[in-house]
Design a protein around this ligand. Structure first.
Ligand code: FAD
Length: 588
């Protein structure tokens, strides 16, 4: 070794020693640092402990990020930062805003702890979800999409003895299922029996067909209704999903209350339990892995081509591929392609991943599509963000809808499409949901969804007042007209009949304060169209018959809900057909 090489080498060793002594992140001063920034839903505050010059711990002190989604990004990024003592972490696909918020906070934190820009730049780049190790994998069954349908199919297939991979384009599991209210309709559940509700498979089937204007595939509807109890029992007993015991919800269009609601009134309760089950069973979930193409040889689907970490990775599926990629509610271009009425003037309740990828991939291998023009809007969403308002589920406990002029205009317990169209016909294309303490004590929506309640109040979308008049004035509604309308409505409740709009569902007075008035508007919510399947969930070909070894379950499928999906039917659908897809794919 020449002299200058020896000197350089010695200098490098000294630098490395100094760098390591400082924890690899430069000179960080020990201490506890608290920093905040604005995330997706509100303020995020992190408390960071620096010990021996290293980032030793990060705690979330305050967060409004969505459980499992933005909060997954916060948790995963913080863990990666501590494990690697570096803030140069990448963002999590599907949760960019929350990821960037964490990065901003940590940038400020390490700067306060004495790190220079140069030190920060020299920190090692860290992948929060490490890239796939190989470019080719082989499994019995490959499931595309780690939402409710995909995770259910994967668990069922694995329990049947198959090796299973789940490909998920986001950095986290859950899909729309996670952000849903989680309520699933079950005809004949223990909860209905406990609450003295009489129901039957026939009634459930008829309500669903009627709700979909009889455009539904009756065979698939029958399968869903007949298997609803088994799906619910499976979630509760095999997967360990806890359900609210005191609540059986009656969504619009159902003739009796039949929705079993998971604790927290959140689909996250379901997906969290499904993911845990996958981990227990040793199912490989490949995150940040976007399926781009179905591989087909001699008319048989043989696997999936995917993108992971900038590379193409192929997944051979020896027995079958299950498509469970969800709908296309967030894809404006695709919505307009199939129904020009649902363009960018509508915000969406869906997560951004709902782009219809599976439908496009299936179409490329000859799949038949059905009902693509049937797109559902949800009537009571946040006019600023488009996201669903769970506080507004007080509608199911009896809250009424009025317009700016203070008048009711629709049956609040009716179909989503009818209510949405009626709202869009009102002044400012929005409506005001009104309820008082009688309805609040029945459903406790402001308590169950306390964070959303506070956000709605902070953004002036919800007012709470001791008198109806004060609430009306604060909401900008004609107070005198509203008082007269509500007095009339209360007389309808006394007479147990609504001659004006034939209100269905819960029927309660609005007489005692505090009163609540929430501003709501419709957003696109669900896409009823998708790939055609048969009773075994085999994807049907445009040329007739099934495409060999290609199965589908969940919102990627069309035909089950006709023109209009009834509330609570999607979760029943994804669990029932997810289980069928997982077991049918095994049979080949
Ligand atoms: P998802 O849960 O959306 O999962 C699809 C997954 O596939 C996602 O994780 C996505 O990232 C992934 N993916 C997509 N493309 C690819 C690709 N190319 N490669 C890899 N992965 C991919 N229904 C009810 O019955 N009851 C309710 O209370 C209810 N509430 C709702 C509330 C909201 C806000 C929303 C948006 C919907 C609600 N729904 C409800 C509808 C219901 O949640 C959905 O229809 C259902 O969860 C869809 O499940 P899924 O498994 O088919 O799709």
């Amino acid at each position: 070794m020449k002299l200058y090489q020896k000197i350089t080498c010695a200098l490098l060793i000294v630098c490395a020693a100094v760098f390591t002594a400082c924890g690899g992140s430069g000179k960080l001063k020990d201490g506890t640092y608290t920093e905040s920034s604005v995330g997706h839903n509100g303020t995020l505050t992190l408390e960071t402990v620096i010990k021996d010059g290293k980032i030793a711990d990060i705690k979330t002190v305050e967060s409004s990020e969505t459980k499992g989604l933005g909060q997954a990004a916060v948790d995963l990024l913080c863990r990666a930062i501590v494990e690697n003592n570096s803030i140069q972490v990448d963002t999590l696909t599907g949760a960019t805003i929350s990821s960037n918020c964490v990065k901003r906070i940590m940038q400020e934190t390490v700067k306060k702890a004495g790190a220079s820009d140069k030190t920060i730049a020299s920190m090692a780049a860290v992948a929060v979800r490490p890239a796939a190790e190989k470019t080719s994998y082989e499994y019995d069954i490959v499931v595309i999409g780690a939402g409710g349908a995909g995770l259910t199919a994967a668990i069922t297939a694995k329990q049947g003895g198959a090796s299973v991979a789940v490909l998920e384009k986001n950095g986290f599991a859950g899909g729309n299922t996670m952000v849903s209210g989680g309520g699933l309709n079950v005809a004949g559940s223990d909860l209905q029996q406990k609450n003295g509700i009489t129901d039957s498979v026939e009634k459930f089937t008829e309500d669903t067909l009627k709700g979909g204007d009889y455009k539904n595939d009756p065979v698939l509807v029958g399968i869903m209704a007949r298997n609803s109890v088994a799906a619910y029992n499976w979630l509760r007993d095999d997967i360990g999903v806890p359900f609210m015991q005191e609540r059986v919800q009656q969504f619009g269009g159902h003739s009796v209350p039949r929705a079993c609601v998971p604790v927290g009134n959140s689909g996250y309760t379901i997906t969290e339990a499904l993911v845990k089950k996958c981990e227990t069973l040793g199912i490989d979930i490949f995150y940040e892995t976007k399926a781009v193409k179905l591989l087909k040889e001699n008319d048989v689907v043989t696997g999936v081509e995917a993108e992971n970490g900038g590379k193409t990775v192929s997944f051979v599926a020896k027995k079958g591929v299950v498509l469970a990629t969800g709908g296309f509610g967030a894809n404006v271009a695709m919505r307009v392609e199939y129904n020009p009425a649902y363009g960018s003037e509508y915000k969406t309740t869906c997560i951004q991943a709902a782009q219809g990828d599976g439908i496009v991939m299936a179409q490329a291998v000859g799949a038949k599509l059905v009902d693509m023009g049937y797109i559902q809007v949800y009537p009571t969403c946040n006019p600023k963000t488009g996201i669903i308002s769970y506080v507004a589920n007080s509608r199911f406990d009896g809250a009424v809808l009025v317009n700016k002029e203070g008048h009711r205009f629709v049956n609040e317990g009716g179909r989503r499409d009818v209510i949405s169209q009626a709202i869009l016909a009102q002044t400012d294309k929005c409506a005001y949901l009104v309820w008082g303490s009688e309805i609040e004590s029945a459903g406790k929506m402001t308590q169950i969804h306390a964070k959303e309640f506070e956000q709605l109040k902070a953004t002036n979308l919800l007012v709470q007042a001791d008198t109806l008049e004060d609430a009306a004035k604060a909401a900008g509604i004609d107070a005198a007209a509203l008082a007269a309308e509500i007095a009339e409505f209360n007389s309808f409740v006394d007479g147990k009949k609504d001659p004006k709009f034939q209100k269905t569902g819960a029927f309660r007075k609005i007489a005692e304060g505090p009163f609540y008035i929430e501003t709501v508007t419709p957003s696109t919510h669900h896409t009823m169209g998708g790939v055609a399947i048969d009773a075994q969930t085999r994807v049907q070909s445009v040329s007739g018959g099934a495409i060999k070894r290609l199965f589908a379950a969940g919102e990627v499928v069309g035909g089950i809900h006709g023109t209009n999906r009834l509330g609570g039917n999607a979760i029943t659908d994804i669990i029932v057909f997810g289980r069928i897809a997982g077991s049918e794919a095994l049979k080949d």
